[in-house]
Design a protein around this ligand. Structure first.
Ligand code: GUN
Length: 296
């Protein structure tokens, strides 16, 4: 059997198209343009690439897109003041502070200073709590798990009653919110992590495996139940001497060649979950803007 390859790029393009159309409608009907503010502190090369593509996508959706590049030496107080300014700015509906932050800044304190209704990363305790209590109508949900869930729903449907899911990885950004989304969809969910015994056996029992651990090719093909759905959240850059000296390539947390021979459906890396993350950031920003109209 060969798995269906889930096309995250096409799904993300569809989502961005929908966001663009709804943005035009919001502007026509309410005179509101969704505003996204992205704050980058320092000059981490990978963060610069991510932030630039977020700002570009936002502009392409028709958003008011603001990017504030702050110096590496920015103090915590200065960053908090910038967040406060965006909290108070009615033209801004979504605020994203790119992580990681320099070590002298308390990232948790900065995240909790964002207005929960503008917290398009879904990292504020209020949004974590909303998701944890199943209030998905009002929660802003972290972008990567939200996008992973959409890809899963496309192949497995909205109701996962009777299905077992194993989430490998317990991070606040992916593993824990993914657990809550799967539970909300009625799956029977287990979170596995580095202290879990017999991880291969546990994965082999699951109808759905979500891999979010950050270790290239860690999950092997023979850990996958025949016909299972595999969502690979990992993005790992590894050496690729076969492409030439000094070359690298991106791989997921799942051994794609092995798993795709067994699974029913699988997300590739690149081109699976990755493109969904930015698409969901746009969707969250639009939702925040629509919500501001509904409550004002
Ligand atoms: N750095 C890497 N991924 C993310 C993300 O999803 N949100 C933020 N704010 N920073 C990140």
């Amino acid at each position: 059997m060969t798995a269906t390859i889930i096309d995250g790029k096409a799904r993300a393009d569809r989502m961005v198209q929908e966001v663009t159309e709804r943005t035009a409608r919001l502007k026509a009907e309410h005179g509101v343009v969704p505003g996204l503010a992205v704050i980058l502190v320092g000059s981490d090369a990978a963060s610069q690439v991510y932030v630039a593509s977020k700002s570009r996508r936002a502009a392409a959706c028709g958003f008011h897109s603001v990017q504030n590049d702050m110096a590496e030496t920015t103090s915590e107080a200065e960053l908090l003041a910038q967040v406060e300014a965006f909290n108070a700015d009615p033209a801004i509906h979504g605020i994203l502070v790119q992580l990681p932050l320099p070590a002298h800044i308390d990232a948790g304190k900065v995240i909790q200073s964002i207005d929960p209704d503008k917290d398009v990363d879904g990292f504020h305790f209020i949004n974590v709590g909303r998701l944890g209590t199943g209030e998905t109508d009002t929660a802003l949900v972290p972008c990567t798990p939200a996008g992973s869930m959409l890809l899963l729903e496309d192949v497995a449907g909205h109701d996962l009653s009777g299905k077992t899911a194993v989430v490998v990885g317990r991070s606040n950004i992916v593993g824990k919110p993914m657990f809550n989304l799967l539970l909300k969809a009625n799956a029977t969910v287990t979170i596995a992590h580095s202290r879990t015994p017999d991880l291969p056996g546990l994965c082999r029992s699951a109808d759905i495996v979500v891999a979010a651990i950050g270790r290239p090719g860690f999950i092997r093909g023979d850990w996958i139940k025949p016909g299972a759905t595999v969502i690979d959240v990992g993005i790992n850059r590894i050496d690729a001497p076969e492409k030439g000296e000094g070359k690298t390539r991106l791989v997921g947390d799942v051994d794609f060649a092995g798993a795709s021979a067994v699974a029913g459906a699988i997300t590739p890396v690149p081109g699976g979950v990755g493109p969904m993350t930015i698409a969901m950031l746009m969707a969250n920003t639009l939702r925040a803007a629509e919500h501001s109209v509904a409550v004002s």
